[in-house]
Design a protein around this ligand. Structure first.
Ligand SMILES: [Zn+2]
Ligand SMILES: [Zn+2]
Length: 553
């Protein structure tokens, strides 16, 4: 690494929405920005979480000075509980961000010896080799920050997740004038949120959701209204509470994380509601439907969350039916569409009315669209740009947008996870690559690599096939006939024919091996496995997991 450059290593979040993490490095010292997780796709069987591959960081842990958090979402803080087992450095962030993160660390029983350092809006701190400035931005969680790293090659701005909401619920706007001032000083590198880079126009203000909710509540004075949203979306919760109280409804909270987050936000004075306005969810049946509003978690169809339990009639304290209206105040995260669809179906089955963002404006994104991104680029006028936080197409669209704003092609780099870039007075260049594959976590089994996951896919798709037989070593003959047992097969007429063919092939291959004098159990099992694999793959295009169990007696 050259002496007059600053290096940025992308550990996650470039090519996917989730597991955001990067390392910014000057003179051998490293500051980590965010440590997020990602939720698995449906075909990642048994995978609960996906983390960045932290090995590169852990190998350099003596050079890491701090972890800086932009905001409290899981895709930015959810991997901390794994990272801090190896790297114990101060963690910086806003009070709410740290509060959310600490809660998850406590739940996971790690990090009790960590030091957390709260930062205020606009504060500048000397952290590691940098001075880092925490610039307030609007997003779908309060207290989000953009970061300005003052480095020896100039200012590096990391946008964090943001939108330019000019009428936020708490009045805390993105500090546009500070961003413009940084632009005047000169920004050497911009790393900017690309989530909505494909979407034209401007993202609606969070406040617009309040208006939609108010109308929907007014139209349903006799219904019990259950609103589901992210538990971290404190401004959404505030708006639901405001609308409910206006219409003389009491508030009941459902779901553990909703309880915890509401408590923390009230303590930090970020959520305003009197204790007297709440009722215990266990007592909800004492009220007429039109007298209460339930706020719950599970808007993504998570099977263990409150709303899914409600939809299946498994919730402890109440059931939903024709007297209820459920509002999903959210939008499914990519990958969750199917489970949200099932959830909505189950609720309909219970006779419940369901309102979602597909037909009513009950959700507003927390991420900037093209109009806001253009504004951001115009404010900062960076010398170099790397789009971050997005799937690959989002990064490409964001790069095109930057070019259309006048930045020259050679100053824009589309990077992916594992890429390292160096920025100097000369510009920006790709300087290296580190391993940055998905790190899968299976809650019951621990860490997984690709191999068991691939086997699980094969099991799911093709089932398993066991081959058993017994061989007499002395005589070199099969004494217990070749038998095939399957799991996950239909075993209809076609399968039967196929299995007969496999049995014949396997028997022939074993007999061949025996006639050549082979008596080794391991090698005969391999011969049988290979023969079965070949005929199944080549002739029938199937790849079940093969379990040979042939014994030589
Ligand atoms: Zn976020
Ligand atoms: Zn994010």
């Amino acid at each position: 690494m050259s002496k007059d450059s600053v290096r940025v290593t992308f550990l996650g979040g470039l090519g996917e929405i989730g597991r955001n993490c990067c390392a910014i490095e000057q003179d051998g010292r490293i500051v980590v920005v965010d440590a997020g997780l990602m939720f698995p796709e449906p075909n990642m069987y048994g995978v609960d979480l996906i983390l960045p591959d932290f090995r590169w960081l852990i190998e350099r842990k003596d050079r890491v000075d701090a972890i800086v958090l932009t905001h409290g979402h899981e895709d930015h803080t959810g991997a901390l509980r794994y990272l801090v087992k190896d790297i114990n450095v101060p963690i910086y962030g806003a009070a709410l961000t740290l509060g959310f993160a600490k809660h998850r660390l406590t739940e996971a029983r790690v990090g009790h010896d960590l030091s957390f350092i709260e930062v205020a809006d606009g504060e500048k701190r000397k952290i590691g080799p940098f001075e880092i400035e925490f610039i307030p931005v609007t997003h779908s969680v309060p207290s989000a920050h953009a970061l300005a790293f003052h480095t020896k090659i100039g200012i590096i701005v990391h946008s964090g997740d943001f939108k330019l909401d000019l009428t936020p619920i708490d009045g805390r706007r993105t500090d546009i004038s500070r961003l413009a001032a940084l632009g005047d000083e000169g920004v050497a590198l911009l790393l900017c949120d690309s989530t909505n880079a494909e979407e034209p126009g401007f993202t609606a203000s969070e406040r617009s959701v309040g208006g939609a909710l108010r109308r929907l509540f007014l139209e349903r004075p006799k219904k019990r209204i259950v609103v589901a949203c992210f538990a971290s979306h404190i401004h959404r919760v505030q708006q639901i509470i405001n609308v409910a109280l206006e219409q003389n409804r009491k508030i009941a909270l459902l779901g553990r994380s909703m309880d915890v987050n509401v408590k923390l936000a009230r303590k930090l004075n970020l959520l305003h509601v009197d204790t007297a306005d709440f009722v215990d969810i266990a007592n909800i049946d004492r009220y007429e439907p039109g007298e209460v509003c339930v706020i719950c978690t599970g808007s993504q169809g998570e099977p263990l969350a409150a709303l899914s339990k409600l939809s299946r009639g498994d919730a402890r304290d109440f059931t939903v039916g024709a007297d209820d209206t459920i509002i999903l105040s959210s939008h499914p995260i990519p990958g969750n569409e199917w489970s949200v669809g099932r959830l909505i179906d189950d609720l309909h089955r219970a006779g419940t009315e369901v309102i979602h963002s597909g037909h009513e404006p009950v959700h507003a994104s927390g991420h900037a669209r093209q109009g806001e991104l253009r504004t951001y680029h115009q404010l900062l006028r960076p010398r170099n740009f790397v789009p971050v936080h997005g799937e690959y197409r989002h990064l490409v669209h964001h790069a095109e947008l930057a070019e259309s704003m006048g930045l020259r092609h050679e100053h824009i780099l589309i990077c992916e996870d594992g890429d390292q870039v160096e920025v100097s007075d000369a510009g920006i260049r790709l300087s290296g690559q580190i391993p940055a594959g998905f790190h899968y976590i299976d809650g019951s089994a621990g860490d997984l690599d690709e191999k068991p996951l691939e086997e699980r896919r094969m099991l799911a798709e093709y089932g398993v096939l066991q081959i058993s037989a017994g061989i007499d070593r002395e005589r070199g003959v099969i004494v217990q006939p070749v038998r095939i047992t399957t799991r996950g097969w239909f075993e209809g007429e076609n399968d039967k024919k196929l299995l007969d063919a496999v049995t014949d092939t396997v028997r022939d291959s074993i007999q061949n091996a025996l006639s050549e004098g082979d008596r080794d159990e391991g090698s005969i099992n391999k011969v049988a496995q290979r023969a079965a694999g070949r005929i199944l793959g080549q002739k029938y295009r199937r790849q079940p997991v093969l379990l040979p169990a042939i014994v030589v007696l």
